[in-house]
Design a protein around this ligand. Structure first.
Ligand SMILES: Nc1ncnc2c1ncn2[C@@H]1O[C@H](COP(=O)(O)OP(=O)(O)OP(=O)(O)O)[C@@H](O)[C@H]1O
Length: 255
């Protein structure tokens, strides 16, 4: 059984179709890169994986379970724009990540001590222990993004969702972040879904590269049809396609 199963998922907003017939099965610890034209529904797909929104039709299940109805600690998320708290120090940001799902957002006593210890371990792992007492505004873009990834990982998510996480970084920092992410992933066995606009990045980091596109297009009504996964490449095997997407659209040629 696949770890993440996406079965015949459709999404629409009002009368606009965004996604249609999305099917994909992902094994645990796979790294999935997602590419596609701007506005074709990549972030929408991530939000559905996060259970931040429900599909209009179809199912998304983790380990064969019911479709989750709200985000939980199994899924961590990092956006392009740094999602850290500016009024907390680097260390406090990591401690705060542990209390997101506590009823009053506060940790006390032994729980607080343990959270502090885990924050220190994470600081070491993300290489930010020397700036633990600084505020995010005093860090470089790469450091802030490492903190955001550390924050998402504090809850030890089994699935990490990354939405253009390195889009705002300069090329050198971006390469460092690639190494950092691959190391973390090897250490933790996480399953990763990453949206990127950079094809080289997609093939370098991903085990698979999913391409989202609209195989059907009505010039009179651009919102009539949604995008789907038109290609599913094996990035570790010279980019050979996995799924024959044309099976879903037998009357079409994707060119
Ligand atoms: N909550 C919403 N309500 C209505 N329309 C939405 C909503 N969220 C997204 N959309 C629309 O759905 C379409 C897909 O958006 P989405 O952000 O998923 O695309 P994307 O592929 O991630 O784009 P980009 O690469 O530019 O980030 C866009 O046209 C967007 O305007």
């Amino acid at each position: 059984m696949s770890f993440v199963s996406v079965t015949n998922v459709w999404q629409r907003y009002g009368n606009r179709s965004i996604l249609e017939r999305v099917n994909v099965a992902v094994d645990e610890a796979e790294f999935i890169s997602i590419v596609g034209a701007s506005g074709c529904g990549k972030s929408t797909f991530l939000r559905m994986l996060l259970a931040e929104e429900r599909p209009h039709k179809g199912d998304i299940s983790i380990e064969g379970g019911e479709t989750a109805v709200e985000p939980n600690r199994e899924r961590g998320v990092v956006f392009q724009k740094y999602s850290v708290f500016p009024h907390l120090t680097v260390r406090e940001n990591l401690i705060a990540a542990e209390s997101f799902d506590k009823p009053f957002g506060r940790l006390r006593g032994t729980a607080r001590k343990q959270a502090e210890q885990r924050a220190d371990t994470m600081l070491e792992r993300i290489g930010l222990n020397h700036v633990a007492q600084q505020y995010p505004a005093s860090l470089s873009g790469g450091m802030q993004q490492r903190l955001a990834i550390g924050q998402a990982m504090t809850a030890k998510p089994r699935i990490l969702l990354l939405d253009e996480p390195f889009g705002a970084l300069d090329p050198g920092t971006r390469l460092q972040m690639h190494d950092f992410l691959l190391e973390l992933r090897d250490e933790t066995n996480m399953t990763v879904f990453m949206v990127t606009h950079d094809l080289d990045e997609a093939f370098k980091l991903g085990d698979r590269v999913l391409v989202f596109d609209k195989p059907r297009w009505d010039p009179q009504d651009p919102g009539l049809f949604g995008a789907t996964i038109t290609y599913d490449f094996d990035a570790r095997n010279k980019g050979m396609p996995f799924q024959d997407i044309l099976d879903q659209y037998p009357s079409l040629s994707l060119g």
